[in-house]
Design a binder for this molecule. Structure first.
Ligand code: ADP
Ligand code: 5GP
Length: 203
């Protein structure tokens, strides 16, 4: 088994955090990539656990310094994945889980496609997404509307993903996620497979 990246995308409110939390004791050792963002923290969110919350200036300094594996503007704010901790976790053979949007998925595929497994997660319908965003109670109506508009575009990228998880029952969605995460660990990078073939042949 080797290190791999599991990208989880889906509209805000799809249930990505809920499912990762629910599955966390069943997917072995993994590293969750904590993103950096310029958006305001929601009630209950912790700096360093949910995100690193920074100013626009700090974020742009990190871009300049080449600190991001990928970054994108989502709903008018910057979001990015720091390269260093991801590299370290991969070097330790860990499964690295990303919760990033469809733009980020494309960029990570371009950079590290041979070790990426991806899943798109969505509620069964757009109206169910609206219900969940409303009942989560963490965003005002303008923010919710922007997220819904964005979701109508994001859903069109569903066929770029290896797997789709329809989050109707949390339990079933969790089971699907556990199966995908465990399968991702069997992904081999191009370099690893070339080395394996050499050794297998006895060269
Ligand atoms: P995301 O991380 O994708 O933005 P969350 O995990 O915060 O989404 O979930 C959005 C809201 O929907 C939360 O209030 C969560 O409790 C709720 N939720 C998640 N999955 C389900 C489900 N299967 N059925 C009903 N509510 C759900
Ligand atoms: P939220 O504000 O609801 O936490 O996240 C909004 C969107 O940004 C979600 O689609 C989430 O997956 C995405 N996102 C979170 N972190 C990153 C990141 O580091 N890079 C990219 N490209 N998207 C991210």
């Amino acid at each position: 088994m080797s290190s791999a990246i599991l990208v989880l995308s889906g509209p805000s409110g799809a249930g990505k955090s809920t499912i990762i939390d629910a599955a966390s004791s069943e997917i072995g050792e993994y590293y969750f990539s904590v993103s950096t963002t310029t958006r305001e923290p929601r009630e209950g969110e912790e700096d360093g656990k949910d995100y690193y919350f920074v100013s626009k200036e700090e974020f742009e300094a990190d871009i300049k310094a080449g600190n991001f594996l990928e970054y994108a503007t989502v709903h008018g704010n910057y979001y990015g994945t720091s390269l260093k901790p991801v590299r370290e976790a991969l070097a330790q053979g860990k499964l690295v889980i990303f919760d990033i949007d469809v733009q980020g998925h494309r960029l990570v595929r371009d950079a590290m496609g041979d070790i990426v497994v991806s899943a798109f997660i969505t509620p069964p319908t757009l109206s169910e997404l609206e219900n969940r965003l409303t009942s989560r109670g963490s965003d005002n109506i303008d923010v919710i509307n922007a997220r819904i508009e964005n979701a109508k575009d994001e859903i069109k990228a569903i066929d770029e993903y290896d797997y789709v998880i329809i989050n109707d029952s949390i339990d079933e969605a969790k089971r699907a996620f556990v199966a995908i995460a465990n399968a991702a660990r069997y992904k081999m990078s191009n370099a690893q497979s070339a080395k394996f073939v050499q050794e297998w042949l006895g060269n």
